[in-house]
Design a protein around this ligand. Structure first.
Ligand code: GSH
Length: 241
């Protein structure tokens, strides 16, 4: 079996897949992609993931992208320990939940790119910027790079994103049953949102993940961080990672 992971240490979607792989006890070859240097837009990487984002895997010579799809695939190919609910209804709810979480990634990007991409993007000449943007497959990401390079997100936009992410934590609080998000067991539903909570609790809105505000999520977050796989996945504080 050969498994190669293309990822970034601070990329949220990559962190999700790393945690999933570590929970499965799988070993993989690690290929770091430097987002600030736009390695994700290189012709070689676009052959692996035509969307030009990380993560991607190559399993036994075949490439696959999209973090949630990768995790579900891994769960099918390596069934132990199971990390997707066995009940079809719970599995369907898990998929809707992950899709919902993925739809909020733009809110996280506004905060993350300030630290990881803005400096490099700002230093580009207009010509360099346009040449680089021409290689980006998705119109949303072209716009995000233009914004971060020339017209950084305003405090009002960041406040809106913060509020959207706080609403996500409240939603999680109302979903918790038996300590986990769906079906009373640890699953991809939980793993999918770990990188979001890591950033919210660290910088974006630390008070949202406190006993006084969202006690069930706070307990859940402590339980996740105590898992051996969490340390192995290296979901280190974003600001120092
Ligand atoms: N839906 C994708 C999102 C992947 C994604 O947005 N990756 C980010 C890092 S977390 C990325 O590669 N950003 C660089 C860029 O957009 O240029 C997934 O879940 O795999």
């Amino acid at each position: 079996m050969s498994l190669v992971l293309y990822h970034g240490w601070t990329s949220s979607a990559s962190r999700r897949v790393r945690l999933f792989l570590e929970e499965k006890g799988l070993t993989y070859e690690s290929h770091e992609i430097d987002l600030a240097a736009q390695q994700q837009h290189s012709p070689e990487y676009l052959r692996i993931n035509p969307n030009g984002v990380i993560p991607a895997i190559i399993h036994d010579g075949r490439a696959l992208h999209e973090s949630a799809t990768i995790c579900e695939y891994i769960d099918e190919v390596f069934p132990e320990p199971p990390l997707c609910p066995s009940d079809p209804y719970d599995r369907a709810r898990m998929r809707n939940w992950v899709r919902h979480v993925d739809g909020l990634i733009g809110n996280l990007i506004r905060f993350n790119w300030r630290h990881r991409i803005q400096k490099r993007a700002e230093s580009m000449s207009d010509e360099e910027l346009e040449q680089m943007i021409a290689r980006i497959p998705s119109p949303e990401r072209r716009e995000a790079w233009r914004r971060v390079a020339r017209n950084p997100y305003t405090e009002t936009e960041l406040a809106q994103s913060r509020s959207n992410l706080e609403a996500l934590v409240r939603e999680m609080e109302s979903m918790m049953t038996g300590g986990w998000l769906i079906g009373g067991a640890y699953s991809l539903a939980d793993i999918a949102v770990v990188p979001f909570i890591a950033r919210i609790s660290e910088e974006i809105s630390p008070s949202a993940v406190t006993q006084a505000v969202n006690p069930k999520v706070t307990k859940w977050w402590a339980a996740i961080q105590a898992r051996p796989a969490f340390e192995r996945a290296r979901i280190d504080p974003f600001m120092t990672a």
